[in-house]
Design a protein around this ligand. Structure first.
Ligand SMILES: [Zn+2]
Length: 150
């Protein structure tokens, strides 16, 4: 079998329809294009880091996350992009609504209510703080049944 027989149909077409100079120019042009594509591919992979095999993608560093991203299918990238966009929108709403400071304030209020409930604990059917029959008006108020002033 000759080298010609091993050639692809496309290579035979180029060989049969071009002279040596034209072929040399085609090879040089292809080499330049391959070099350009290799540079573009390297740029796409720049900054990524292969994660350890045991690590879940969600626990990745940004460089490892990029490694996963560059190996995901288009459908997986679209799904992840949708999740990122959704998370960003929800984070924006949380920021606008001041959810962090609201949570801190509510935690402080819950802590105060717990301390008040502990203070008014039951000791033999009598409140330890106000010495009224259990449940005392403070516990009734904390449980939402009535206020101490009612
Ligand atoms: Zn009490």
């Amino acid at each position: 079998m000759s080298r010609y027989d091993d050639m692809s149909e496309q290579a035979r077409f180029y060989l049969n329809n071009n002279d040596e100079i034209e072929l040399a120019e085609m090879v040089a042009s292809s080499d330049a294009r391959i070099g350009q594509l290799k540079n573009e591919l390297a740029a796409l992979h720049e900054g990524e880091e292969e994660p350890p095999a045991w690590r879940h993608p969600a626990a990745s560093t940004p460089a490892q996350w990029l490694w996963h991203w560059n190996r995901a299918t288009p459908a997986e990238r679209l799904e992840r992009a949708a999740l990122i966009i959704d998370a960003g929108q929800r984070a924006g709403i949380c920021f606008q609504m001041a959810h962090e400071s609201t949570i801190q304030r509510l935690r402080a209020e819950v802590g105060g209510a717990r301390r008040l409930r502990d203070l008014h604990s039951c000791d033999h059917a009598v409140c330890s703080a106000c010495l009224l029959p259990w449940p005392c008006p403070t516990i009734e108020m904390l449980d939402g049944r009535e206020t101490p002033d009612a």
